[in-house]
Design a protein around this ligand. Structure first.
Ligand code: ADP
Ligand code: MG
Length: 231
């Protein structure tokens, strides 16, 4: 298994954010992570990437225990956080060089990543000069610099215009050919277009999970299902 989460429980002070969440992903699978605001998606992703600790439960990434061995596990993980924290005064290439130096990545990787995410014609610009769609590409490039096997993308298409949305979606699908991807979104069509599996979280509980193929066979739209299990 590429991702294996078992019985994750997380409380912020007295507030329960995740309640015994378990799921797994095989190598190369793309998983759409859905849920209303406040459901616990970002919390789950921060735990998966070792940024925060759960109260209990285990997280394995490529069989490495994230809680015991966060640095080893993080070598396998590319993470695009919810608000894509970029240094917007930096040039694209300069920012990626900076990231590469932090993670001790071979500089040769930088150009390959710039090309992979379609930033070749923008790499000489300052990040704040780029559209939101291209800024997301910078975040994605930074996430894949160290060639991780697992990508965790927290709402990668939120705030994009319809064209950018399709472009980033295509890019996620492309990256998913060689990596395991868990991405959160509020857009049902995105999950239908990109994901192999869907997981729906509500109030810290997994309320639904299925294969997209099985879902298609039921003739129910994901939107109907989402409403049923979360409202
Ligand atoms: P989602 O990403 O699905 O919108 P979050 O994981 O951000 O959900 O939040 C889950 C719940 O945990 C929410 O009720 C939220 O208010 C709460 N929460 C998130 N981060 C914190 C924090 N740092 N301190 C206290 N409560 C938090
Ligand atoms: Mg969130």
């Amino acid at each position: 298994m590429s991702i294996k989460i078992s019985l994750i429980h997380k409380k912020y002070n007295n507030q329960k954010a995740l309640n015994d969440v378990s799921f797994s992903a095989s190598k190369g699978e793309i998983i759409g992570f859905l849920g209303p605001n406040g459901a616990g998606k970002s919390t789950m992703m921060k735990i998966l990437t070792g940024f925060i600790k759960p109260n209990s439960g285990t997280v394995l990434i490529e069989d490495i225990d994230v809680l015991q061995n966060p640095l080893e596990a993080q070598k396998e993980i590319g993470y695009l956080p919810e608000h894509n924290p970029l240094y917007t005064d930096m040039y694209v290439r300069e920012y990626l060089q900076f990231q590469a130096s932090i993670f001790k990545v071979d500089k040769a990787q930088i150009e390959a990543c710039i090309e992979k995410v379609g930033l070749t014609n923008e790499a000489h610009k300052k990040i704040h000069q780029l559209s939101k769609g291209y800024q997301q590409r910078v975040g994605l490039a930074a996430a894949i610099l160290h060639n991780p096997t697992v990508l965790i993308l927290d709402e990668p298409t939120t705030g994009l215009d319809p064209n950018q949305l399709v472009e980033i979606r295509t890019l996620i699908k492309e990256l998913g050919k060689e990596k395991t991807v868990l991405f959160s979104t509020h857009i049902m069509q995105e999950v239908e277009a990109v994901a192999d599996k869907v997981i729906i979280l509500n109030k810290g509980n997994i309320v639904f999970k299925t294969d997209m193929n099985q879902l298609k066979a039921t003739n129910k739209s994901l939107e109907m299902l989402f409403r049923e299990v979360t409202s």
